[in-house]
Design a protein around this ligand. Structure first.
Ligand SMILES: N[C@@H](CCC(=O)N[C@@H](CS)C(=O)NCC(=O)O)C(=O)O
Length: 215
């Protein structure tokens, strides 16, 4: 590519939200210069975006933070190959799924993390009944996703933004690299048991896992 990639991606190791962008960039064959940051030094991300979370991209002078906003930006800038369907109703379905994922799917593991951290901070046992209820909701989400994948290879048929958004969180059903020791990721690995009754989800994890990443 003449002059090298014009997109700079700020990311952190093991970041689920960064992997979303890595999948989207690779699908669109967009080259990106990757800037790996440590959470202990967010200076470069703060300086460029005014906040400390990754991913952030800088694309021809435009700075975009938040993984979903970045994927939408990439779709506007490079529509083909698509990550969002064109027909309005199909696109609305995908938007609804992403909204569900960002709120409903993420809520129980986030709440479990908060409860475990509270126990640690206050030197008390976490509320086991609460953890059990939240764990049951996580398992029910797996069952829902299993049904969504019935008869199709990807969440909405063709590979789409839905797969980019969901996979980095669902891949923990297949285990965790021991070097990836973030509490949130341990929760995802320990509380999303894939069973015999999840063949579609298992196959999808393998399928998306084999797709290219931008870094
Ligand atoms: N809604 C944001 C969330 C970004 C986010 O939470 N990023 C994580 C990495 S996956 C992060 O920067 N964590 C550092 C921290 O929470 O301090 C997105 O989708 O990009």
């Amino acid at each position: 590519m003449a002059g090298g990639p014009s997109i700079r991606l700020y990311r952190a190791e093991w970041s689920t939200n960064c992997e979303r962008v890595g999948l989207a960039l690779a699908h669109k064959d967009i080259g990106a210069q990757s800037v790996l940051i440590e959470y202990s030094n967010r200076g470069p991300v703060q300086a460029i975006s005014g906040q400390g979370l990754v991913p952030v991209i800088e694309d021809a002078g435009e700075v975009v933070s938040d993984s979903v906003a970045i994927i939408r930006h990439l779709e506007r800038r490079n529509p083909e190959p698509r990550l969002f369907p064109v027909p309005a109703a199909r696109r609305a379905e995908l938007d609804l799924f992403i909204d569900w994922f960002e709120r409903a799917y993420k809520e129980p593991p986030n709440a479990i993390e908060a409860e475990l951290e509270r126990g640690e901070r206050e030197g008390v046992e976490p509320d086991r009944a609460l953890l059990d209820r939240l764990g049951a909701r996580m398992r029910s989400h797996l069952d829902l996703l299993e049904r969504l994948l019935e008869g199709r290879e990807y969440l909405f048929g063709n590979f789409s933004a839905a797969d980019c958004v969901a996979y980095p969180f669902l891949k923990y059903t297949a285990g965790r690299d021991p070097a990836d020791d973030e509490l949130f990721h341990r929760i995802l690995a320990e509380r999303q048991p894939l069973g015999e009754d999840h063949p579609n989800l298992r196959a999808w994890i393998g399928r998306v896992g084999e797709r290219p990443r931008a870094y």
